[in-house]
Design a protein. Structure first.
Length: 258
């Protein structure tokens, strides 16, 4: 039960559908503040521990709705917004930067950007660094999570290099997938990314967060990811500051298991 509640606090509760409206974002925010039923928390003696999810993640156009709903609920849960041409990344850099700035203006405290896969596939590593660096600048005070879209990078070597470059360019987190690719968060990719994080930490003393996303639907999978992070990176990474799970339907299964 402790592992399951730990997983809840690390979830980025997400809705990224074309038919998102103010009302379903509102419902999502309510769920974010009350992720587990009160009677279950009382039975575990955890009802007064302020258990909420890590963040609410939406498209830029829905950020204002999420900020308002969380404010009305008296909650300090951050709003995360996908940006930079999510999910394909096939928009000009100027548009990506403008989208990031708007999302921050609307009140997003975390920005999940997506890289241009073409730069990785054609080996343009310096251009990739420059793009991520400019995105980091556009984020200002907001935390930046860099989505590598690992299912579209072609090889684990590319995943490792893209991870390193994303961290060198100032990413606060690196994230596996948009959830819209054919292949999303897989354990081999996760381990490669975590090893890159570990190496970056050894070389710089700087801790970068990790976020698997896409296709994580069961409590068992969530616990497996927590275990992997504990084994590869250590217990200090098991906090919402350094570990997030990107998920939309995972919470239901966790509540059932609790």
């Amino acid at each position: 039960a402790a592992w399951l509640l730990k997983a809840v606090t690390c979830i980025d509760l997400t809705t990224l559908s074309g038919d998102d409206t103010a009302s379903n974002v509102h419902r999502l925010c309510f769920k974010a503040k009350h992720p587990i039923r009160e009677d279950l928390l009382k039975a575990l003696d955890m009802h007064d521990k302020g258990i909420t999810v890590g963040a609410v993640c939406v498209y830029p156009a829905r950020v204002t709705d999420a900020v308002k709903a969380l404010k009305a609920a008296g909650s300090n849960i951050p709003v995360a917004s996908v940006a930079a041409g999510f999910p394909a990344g096939q928009t000009p850099l100027e548009t990506k930067l403008a989208e990031i700035k708007l999302a921050v203006e609307y009140g997003a405290r975390e920005i999940d950007i997506v890289i241009s896969r073409s730069l990785v596939l054609s080996g343009q590593w310096e251009a990739l660094y420059e793009e991520i660096r400019q995105c980091r600048q556009a984020c200002g005070e907001a935390h930046m999570k860099t989505i590598l879209a690992t299912g579209e990078l072609g090889s684990l070597v590319n995943v490792y290099k893209a991870s390193m470059i994303a961290m060198m360019a100032g990413s606060d987190f690196i994230k596996t997938s948009t959830g819209k690719e054919v292949e999303n968060a897989t354990y081999p990719v996760g381990i490669v990314m975590m090893r890159a994080i570990q190496e970056f930490y050894w070389k710089t003393g700087h801790k970068v967060g990790f976020k698997p996303a896409g296709g994580i639907r069961t409590a068992q999978e969530a616990i497996t990811w927590l275990m992997l992070v504990k084994e590869e990176l250590g217990v200090e990474w098991l906090t919402p500051e350094l570990f997030r799970l990107g998920a939309s339907s995972l919470l239901e299964d966790i509540e059932k298991q609790v």
